[in-house]
Write a protein that binds this ligand. Structure first.
Ligand SMILES: CC(C)(COP(=O)(O)OP(=O)(O)OC[C@H]1O[C@@H](n2cnc3c(N)ncnc32)[C@H](O)[C@@H]1OP(=O)(O)O)[C@@H](O)C(=O)NCCC(=O)NCCS
Length: 161
């Protein structure tokens, strides 16, 4: 697991040496094509995120097969873009990335981790509940993205101590 750099933005969102394509878009394409026609993210957006966030990577034989974004926001931190290559899922890697993200933020002084999910992803609340998160509220979906179904965000949080 390493901290990434701007040079890796392409690798985690459009080109990849990983198994099934750049990890973020491959993971979200598999999970959310019923909801969105567009790719989850592009290189300029990831480059923008590098200004405020750190990406933790899971690598195998030099290929990125998983990643997670963390943004330190003082007492609270934010976890986003948790992605595991579709060919590597259900083997514990997503959980390892979550733990690494939580440890990274706790070490930096944060006491809570926040994340958000889309309400129509029925499997995600239990996935995060099993990892200590509880629902704390809702928020409107990102304007202008034109999802195929009506949806909104569900916010979840976990104490890091
Ligand atoms: C969500 C996501 C990151 C999970 O990644 P993952 O690597 O499959 O996660 P894990 O393997 O740690 O856990 C998933 C399930 O696999 C199973 N599993 C984990 N390790 C296993 C193993 N060694 N053998 C068999 N099954 C296993 C478990 O059922 C586990 O769920 P549970 O512990 O809650 O019961 C992945 O599905 C993904 O990239 N999805 C698309 C992007 C996305 O939706 N991100 C989250 C947006 S909020």
């Amino acid at each position: 697991m390493i901290e990434t750099s701007v040079a890796l933005a392409e690798e985690i969102c459009v080109h990849s040496r990983g198994r099934s394509g750049a990890v973020i878009n491959a993971a979200f394409r598999k999970a959310e094509s019923f909801l969105m026609d567009r790719e989850r993210i592009d290189v300029p957006t990831v480059r923008g995120l590098f200004r405020s966030s750190t990406f933790l990577l899971a690598e195998e034989d030099g290929a990125v097969i998983g990643c997670v974004q963390v943004e330190l926001r003082g007492e609270r931190s934010y976890l986003g873009l948790l992605s595991v290559d579709p060919g590597c899922q259900k083997a514990g890697l997503g959980s390892k990335l979550m733990t690494a993200a939580e440890q990274y933020c706790a070490k930096a002084g944060s006491r809570f981790m926040d994340l958000r999910i889309v309400n129509v992803r029925k499997e995600l609340p239990d996935f995060y509940r099993r990892r200590g998160y509880v629902i704390t509220g809702t928020a409107p979906f990102t304007p202008g993205l034109n999802p195929k179904l009506p949806c909104h965000f569900v916010n979840m949080s976990k104490p890091l101590t």
